[in-house]
Design a protein around this ligand. Structure first.
Ligand SMILES: [Zn+2]
Length: 220
């Protein structure tokens, strides 16, 4: 197999390789090579209850280069009730099911709630918890429930949870990202490759396979 591109599954600016750019429900430009989009309503946005978000999301999801719903999810730090957040998240997760799209999940201090939503709803599309940086118990809970896990810049810090638990994540369930950090995704890959003791080439190939299976399956 030829050398494949880096894949960054959650970012707010394009970079090296293939980028899955989070656009919220914002205005979309034209298509650009190497860039795919996720569209969703972040829980922070719910607190602002911006009118027109749901219509904008419906429209965005019709685009062929929108390959995921999100980021959306649950965040206990926000001044909006968890039940209101759950309702908005479920609505987006159901949209994702209808459109055959995976979901990029933002979750802060609400992992048991997230897992029970997944269990309650009969969902078949993959859910990817992005920016995971939590302990092994929570990781185990997510993996047992079939989640994918995406790790980011925390991998550059050897004392982070992300760095510590990385070897516990089956490679087929793993993704890598930069999120809002102005960080070349290559550095995240290099840190993961060193931590796992797998070559950079092998890691890139596996991430490429995962990306195609989870995000581009409709195109294949
Ligand atoms: Zn983000």
């Amino acid at each position: 197999m030829e050398d494949v591109l880096f894949v960054n599954v959650h970012a707010h600016a394009p970079g090296e390789g293939v980028t899955l750019l989070d656009m919220g429900t914002g205005l979309f430009g034209g298509s650009s090579p190497g860039v795919f989009y996720s569209a969703g309503i972040h829980p922070v946005r719910l607190a602002e209850s911006a009118p027109g978000d749901w219509e904008a999301l419906d429209k965005a999801l019709l685009r062929e280069d929108v390959v995921a719903v999100g980021e959306c999810g649950l965040d206990r730090r926000l001044p909006i009730s968890l039940s209101a957040q759950e309702e908005a998240f479920l609505r987006q997760a159901r949209l994702a099911e209808t459109r055959g799209l995976p979901v990029i999940v933002h979750c802060v201090r609400a992992f048991p709630e997230l897992v029970s939503l997944r269990r309650s709803g009969g969902f078949r599309m993959p859910w990817i918890v992005h920016g995971f940086n939590n302990n092994e118990r929570i990781l185990r809970m997510l993996l047992d429930c079939g989640f994918h896990i995406s790790l980011g810049g925390a991998l550059l810090n050897p004392s982070s949870n992300a760095f510590r638990v990385l070897p516990e994540i089956p490679l087929a369930c793993l993704f890598l990202e930069t999120d809002e950090r102005p960080l070349p995704v290559r550095l995240v890959y290099e840190a993961a490759s060193a931590r796992l003791g797998v070559s950079l080439g092998e890691l890139k190939r596996q991430m490429w396979i995962n990306f195609n299976e989870v995000f581009l399956w409709k195109n294949g």
